[in-house]
Design a protein around this ligand. Structure first.
Ligand SMILES: [Zn+2]
Length: 451
């Protein structure tokens, strides 16, 4: 990589390893000047095509991985209402992280609780400013996310809203959850739930346990997540409503999701890269960048989620949550919850999952890579019905090239977001998103946004 592609040229990618819904295979990929894939084959030989040779750039991918771009089912773009991110900066972070599609959460100001707000936001999303990244807006379940009155879910759904959540907080009122479940029964829409029953406390800082006791910080009890999941499942029983358990963080939640899937409940779930990467002991540093909700949990939870990722977890979603330094640098008790995620998610997940193995060659980690592709690209595409599951001839090139064995180390100047609250800063991670091609346009090359 590192080529400055010229317009009006063919591009031949030699020696790629494609991982998509059709499986894993070695292939050369030929792209025409319009960005269309004209041929995918184990070995593309152009020695007999003199004309083509004159207008061809060849790149040897050395076995590096080509996958359908990632889809993030959970990010906070903070627009409208906050300067901690913009649609443009969030999209830059996304495209650099290999994402093509974002589902933006509704906890904005104003919140996406009615057609007008969603219409207004949609009207300012321009394709060029978002670098070709598509942004879908989730609607809130309750008016102003106040938890007291349902939004006009039917009207929003008619308008095209497909995902409803009060994320930022969970919907506490069981009656309202039941009504929402009934309204959306047999529809394609999904209810996303932030699992946290907060009848007990509102000011927890970190996971309740030995570390919180040691630090004298208020805890967030794991049972609050489990309780709310169980409550919702009792509502969902015998209802055909799509339900997505957001950012599950404890072992028990994963076990419960697994059992309920087996029993036929229409449930999917996600886990964040940081719940696969860090455990609660990071809070010993008192660095507010580790303050997230749900909180970083015990090492046992982290290990369990890694181990059961393939079997139980449908999706890895970033929960990208930018906050300006002026807020994140407050004492940990007062700092807001959230960390950046879009730009670092692939490397964070790959590093977390390969820690024990420390792969030195690609063959040893293809199994892990295909699990990540499933959770970060294919499953979210299936759940949101986006298509693009395979890299195919005849279609505009739409893929990400990953260099799994390249080490990266992000510094503040690498961050594209308008905020810098990343816990991965100056940390060595394994795996680089080297190139991003969206609908025939080269967006990222050699790990940098193409301008
Ligand atoms: Zn949440």
């Amino acid at each position: 990589m590192g080529n400055n592609f010229l317009k009006n040229r063919y591009r031949l990618f030699k020696n790629s390893t494609i991982i998509d819904a059709a499986g894993t295979r070695k292939a050369d990929i030929l792209i025409d000047p319009e960005g269309r894939i004209v041929k995918i084959s184990q070995h593309i030989d152009i020695s007999n095509h003199i004309e083509l040779q004159a207008m061809l750039d060849t790149v040897d991918l050395n076995g590096n991985i080509v996958v359908p771009p990632f889809v993030d089912m959970h990010c906070h773009l903070r627009y409208p209402g906050s300067i901690s991110e913009s649609l443009m900066s969030g999209s830059r972070a996304a495209v650099k992280g290999g994402f093509e599609y974002l589902l933006a959460m509704p906890n904005t100001e104003p919140c996406s609780d009615n057609k007008k707000v969603i219409e207004d936001v949609k009207s300012v999303i321009s394709y060029t400013e978002t670098y070709g990244v598509n942004i879908e807006l989730a609607g809130s379940l309750t008016v102003g996310r106040n938890g007291r009155e349902l939004t006009d879910i039917e009207e929003l759904a008619e308008y095209g809203v497909r995902y409803f959540t009060d994320d930022g907080s969970g919907l506490q009122d069981a009656k309202l959850m039941k009504q929402a479940v009934e309204i959306l029964e047999n529809s394609e829409c999904i209810i996303g739930q932030h699992l946290e029953s907060i009848s007990n406390s509102l000011d927890g800082v970190m996971n309740l346990g030995d570390t919180s006791t040691k630090l004298g910080l208020k805890g967030i009890d794991r049972t609050w997540e489990i309780e709310m999941l169980e409550r919702d499942l009792s509502i969902l029983k015998s209802k055909n409503t799509r339900y997505h358990a957001m950012h599950i963080s404890v072992k028990e939640s994963a076990e419960i999701v697994h059992k309920s899937k087996v029993s036929g409940i229409n449930i999917t779930c996600e886990v964040t890269p940081h719940h696969l990467f860090f455990d609660e002991t990071e809070l010993l540093s008192l660095n507010p960048n580790f303050k997230v909700n749900p909180p970083l949990r015990c090492l046992n939870d982290v290990l369990y989620l890694r181990k059961k990722l393939n079997e139980i977890i449908d999706v890895i979603a970033t929960d990208h949550a930018p906050h300006r330094s002026v807020k994140k640098e407050l004492p940990i008790e007062e700092a807001p919850f959230g960390m950046l995620g879009l730009q670092s998610s692939f490397a964070a997940v790959f590093t977390a999952l390969t820690q024990a193995k420390r792969p030195r060659e690609l063959l040893g980690c293809l199994d892990i890579l295909s699990i990540i592709v499933e959770k970060m690209s294919l499953n979210p595409r299936r759940i949101l019905n986006l298509g693009g599951l395979e890299i195919e001839e005849g279609k505009l090139a739409n893929f990400v090239v990953i260099n799994p064995l390249k080490t990266i180390c992000q510094t503040v100047s690498d961050i594209e977001s308008d905020s810098i609250n990343s816990p991965y800063l100056n940390k060595e991670l394994l795996g680089e998103v080297g190139m991003v091609v969206l609908n025939g346009d080269f967006k990222v090359d050699d790990g940098k946004i193409v301008t």
